[in-house]
Design a binder for this molecule. Structure first.
Ligand code: SF4
Ligand code: SF4
Length: 129
């Protein structure tokens, strides 16, 4: 029995994936791929969550103590349309849309880009009259 394309399929078994990192690098300047979030630059203003039309960004706040809170941002790439609005509006340049186009996963959790940081509130000092 002649199996169509068998030879071609067998050869491809030993070839590198065509969705690899080199391919990502050949994407043109300005390509909007996988989101990278730098939590060290983020100030937790929440503007990115407000401009995201498909509501793909979640911001959560957890109280650590009286003056400190932990802020977490999660970008759900399953809902993201890669419009780039969050990155454009972030004044701290904490969000980058990389050239990475290979976003194939087995587990949906791998589509969550997350980052956390702690924020300390400064106490307001009342001026004595
Ligand atoms: S990523 Fe940017 S826009 Fe979003 S909360 Fe942080 S500083 Fe604000
Ligand atoms: S790129 Fe667009 S859709 Fe994706 S998280 Fe940012 S604002 Fe939302």
């Amino acid at each position: 029995m002649k199996v169509p394309f068998f030879r071609e399929a067998f050869k491809n078994l030993f070839k590198a994936s065509s969705t690899n990192k080199e391919l990502d690098q050949s994407n043109p300047e300005g390509y909007r791929g996988k989101i990278k979030f730098d939590s060290e630059k983020c100030i937790g203003c929440g503007l990115c969550t407000r401009v995201c039309a498909p509501c793909a960004i979640t911001k959560t706040t957890k109280k650590i103590d009286e003056n400190t809170q932990e802020i977490t941002l999660i970008f759900d790439l399953a809902s993201c349309t890669f419009c780039g609005m969050c990155s454009d509006f972030c004044s701290k340049k904490a969000i980058t849309l990389t050239k990475e186009s290979n976003i194939i996963v087995c587990n949906k959790e791998e589509l969550m880009v997350r980052g956390s940081f702690t924020k300390t509130m400064t106490k307001r000092v009342e001026k004595k009259k």
